[in-house]
Design a protein around this ligand. Structure first.
Ligand SMILES: [Zn+2]
Ligand SMILES: [Zn+2]
Length: 360
């Protein structure tokens, strides 16, 4: 039975597919035909059902300084299929694969650890010294990923939500660095990661959540996600607002997601003494702090966080969804078919969106 199913499924897989491909080191991408990727013995072929646009995809689409400096280092040369956040159905597996079977609905961990370096062997696989990414991107009708990356979706998790599991994991990982129950929290930067953080922080029982962003559109999404006090730093002083609302103390837990050096400096100023700072934002220039008042005298605890704690974060993220304590579908604000990718990236660049989905 299993064998014949496999054969049937393989017969249905075409040789060619359409994909959104970065072909040249300049702005834009192409939607064109390419080969359905071949799989190795440890790989899984996925029929892609939903993809999400990440900040890095926007950098690569624009071909800005970050993309020029990091594309080759982080990924591979061009042409390359774009994208990494997605969900889909397993349609073919390599001979060594045992983690998933044909027909499974999956999402994927995008950071592939070696399992052998010092960090991997000491419980920090997420920060592997030889961290690898997918050989090719996933904005195609099919995608190949290593078995390592495949993560089964719960029966009640839709493909659309499945496409958000990777960024959701970034938020779950970062919030897990601290315990904001009953306390005050400030979330600086309310893009998709900040919005997902607010939902998790709310579920953890925070007393009051301050949300700061220069976009009123995103502040509105932050309010819907559960933020109590909205701050637009282009109109209001975030340090004064948070201090005034906390008897001059500041927020007990601060999440800096903006990567803006001015906002990050203010984030340290509005952190309470002995408070916890979790940083996920990547400043494009060096961040200047007053180490005395911002860190030393403050007794600040500072964490950097990126990616997901493979695979603990996946279990926690699935647990949050399964329990109904957190829903994440509402951060999706736009859906585009692959062929309308230009419009999707236009919307993404304008910042007037939560998470944007691309559907094959
Ligand atoms: Zn991402
Ligand atoms: Zn490693």
């Amino acid at each position: 039975m299993g064998k014949s199913l496999e054969r049937l499924s393989e017969m249905a897989i075409p040789d060619k597919m359409m994909a959104i491909i970065k072909t040249e080191e300049k702005r834009g991408a192409e939607y064109r035909e390419t080969n359905v990727p071949a799989i190795g013995p440890n790989d899984v072929l996925i029929k892609v059902r939903a993809c999400a646009i990440c900040g890095t995809d926007i950098h690569i689409y624009q071909w800005n300084k970050w993309a020029a400096a990091n594309m080759r280092k982080a990924f591979s040369g061009l042409p390359r299929i774009m994208g990494h956040e997605f969900s889909g159905e397993v349609v073919k597996i390599g001979g060594n694969v045992g983690k998933v079977k044909i027909g499974d609905r999956v999402s994927a961990e995008t950071h592939i650890a070696c399992g052998q370096c010092y960090l991997c062997r000491t419980g920090n696989e997420y920060n592997c010294q030889q961290l690898k990414r997918f050989k090719d991107g996933i904005f195609g009708e099919y995608a190949v990923i290593p078995e390592y990356s495949a993560e089964k979706l719960g029966d009640n998790v839709s493909y659309e939500v499945g496409a958000l599991m990777e960024p959701f994991g970034v938020a779950v990982h970062a919030v897990g660095k601290t315990a904001p129950v009953g306390d005050t929290v400030a979330v600086i930067g309310c893009g998709p990661i900040g919005l997902l953080m607010i939902k998790v922080i709310k579920a953890m029982g925070a007393a009051k959540i301050f949300a700061s962003d220069i976009s009123d559109f995103r502040l509105n999404l932050a309010k819907k996600a559960g933020a109590d006090v909205l701050i637009n730093p282009s109109a209001t002083d975030p340090v004064k607002t948070v201090r005034d609302a906390t008897d001059g103390l500041g927020a007990g837990h601060v999440f800096e997601n903006s990567g803006n050096v001015k906002a990050a400096k203010q984030a340290f100023e509005l952190l309470r003494r002995c408070g916890t700072m979790v940083m996920t934002g990547l400043p494009s220039e060096p961040l200047v702090l007053d180490a005395g008042s911002d860190i030393v005298w403050k007794g600040a605890k500072i964490y950097g966080s990126y990616g997901r704690d493979n695979f603990t974060t996946w279990e926690l993220a699935k647990g949050l969804l399964d329990s109904g304590k957190v829903e994440i579908a509402s951060i999706i604000t736009n859906r585009f078919e692959f062929k309308d990718y230009r419009e999707a990236f236009d919307v993404a660049e304008r910042g007037l969106s939560g998470k944007i989905l691309l559907i094959p």
